[in-house]
Design a protein around this ligand. Structure first.
Ligand SMILES: NC(=O)c1ccc[n+]([C@@H]2O[C@H](COP(=O)([O-])OP(=O)(O)OC[C@H]3O[C@@H](n4cnc5c(N)ncnc54)[C@H](O)[C@@H]3O)[C@@H](O)[C@H]2O)c1
Length: 346
């Protein structure tokens, strides 16, 4: 690939996920030319630049956005910074890859999306699980009618351990920080919008999570516009590791995806037959999907194509999360239209 045809980028936020994207952009995506990184913690940005051979560390995101040689930015700073940075990036004419979620306030999301539309730049949100090989295969089976008309979808999504309670206090809670991926997955797999959610849950793992006003265990029923019924099961702690399974059942059959394992060995002994635990968390389980989402971002810029995960895709799961919060609070099914009607108040 010639120097000229590579996409020039800057990256904002070199924490957990930012470092992963920086490594992919520098070492595994020849179409990318990552030239600069920044972080509030300059040492973190410098360490990332040193490790990945990135030529420059900028003082802040403004310096990156002012760089006329950059075509795109990758936003990996905390969620409460995303809206401001996307708006500023759009005004500077940069294409944006931004980690999920875009924002938790619907009114603010709408302002961001109109700024992006006005600027005519590409915005892709980091719903990486869509790019996972298992879930891509399920989507293909549903789309091509391999399992007939879908009737039911079942998503099991359990983390190996809860995040710190301080994180939960500012994350917006389980539906916004965790289920949001499953809400995205549900509408992606079925290819139909969800109209109603009915959520319930409890605190089964750590009382401190309950004291912070959140749940650590949740079950959410989904009713889709096309008649499909779905269920999402979340737990913040599965003692056997990261539990990420999906089944879609339809008129001609079903398709299931199980967990991914570090190896395929089975160990037999007098006490039974077993295997090692599943891959432990998202950095291991979804590595390839992070790479593939970024490859598609670069491709969409190069070909002037549509965003693989658009602003609408970013917004709807937030509406679903808000409906789920309301459902738990009021112990009733909540239609997304109800949340939309209140959208003006955020
Ligand atoms: N798609 C996924 O699977 C996935 C996984 C993890 C995190 N995320 C999302 O990525 C974002 C970052 O999460 P994380 O786990 O990497 O957090 P983190 O705390 O590890 O990293 C965030 C970094 O951003 C820096 N930062 C804060 N404000 C900044 C600013 N204004 N400009 C530049 N840098 C700034 C912090 O110093 C920190 O180094 C969050 O929105 C989170 O929801 C997505």
């Amino acid at each position: 690939m010639s120097e000229k045809s590579r996409i020039t980028l800057g990256l904002i936020g070199t924490g957990r996920i930012g470092r992963l994207h920086a490594e992919h952009l520098r070492f595994r995506l020849p179409a990318a030319d990552l030239r600069v990184v920044t972080d509030l913690d300059r040492n973190s940005a410098q360490a990332c630049a040193d490790r990945c051979g990135i030529p420059r560390v900028a003082a802040d995101h403004r310096e990156i956005l002012a760089d006329r040689d950059l075509q795109a930015v990758v936003v990996c700073s905390p969620t409460d910074t995303h809206a401001d940075i996307i708006e500023a990036a759009a005004a500077a004419g940069k294409h944006v890859f931004c980690e999920k979620p875009i924002e938790v306030n619907l009114q603010r999301i709408d302002r961001v999306l109109s700024a992006v539309a006005h600027a005519g730049v590409l915005l892709q949100i980091g719903f990486n699980r869509r790019f996972d090989a298992n879930f891509q295969r399920i989507r293909k089976a549903v789309k091509e009618g391999e399992i007939g008309t879908p009737h039911q979808v079942h998503i099991i999504s359990r983390d190996p351990a809860p995040p710190p309670v301080e994180y939960i206090r500012q994350s917006g809670g389980i539906f916004l920080d965790m289920t949001i991926h499953d809400f995205d997955m549900a509408r992606f797999l079925i290819g139909s919008e969800v109209e109603e959610v009915y959520a319930t849950g409890g605190v089964r793992i750590d009382a401190a999570i309950g004291e912070a006003g959140d749940l650590d265990t949740a079950t959410i029923l989904l009713k889709f516009a096309d008649g499909t019924v779905g269920i999402v099961e979340n737990s913040r702690q599965a003692v056997y590791g990261y539990d990420q399974r999906v089944e879609v059942f339809g008129s001609k059959g079903s398709i299931q995806a199980g967990n991914n394992y570090p190896n395929t060995c089975r160990i037999a002994g007098a006490g039974g037959v077993g295997r090692d635990l599943p891959l432990n968390f998202f950095m291991d389980r979804y590595t390839q999907s992070y790479l593939d989402e970024m490859a598609q971002f670069l491709e969409a810029i190069a070909t002037d194509g549509p965003s693989p995960v658009s602003g609408v895709d970013a917004r709807v799961p937030v509406v679903m999360a808000r409906a789920a919060c309301r459902s738990v609070q009021e112990n009733r099914p909540v239609r997304l239209a109800e949340i939309e009607a209140e959208g003006a108040s955020g």
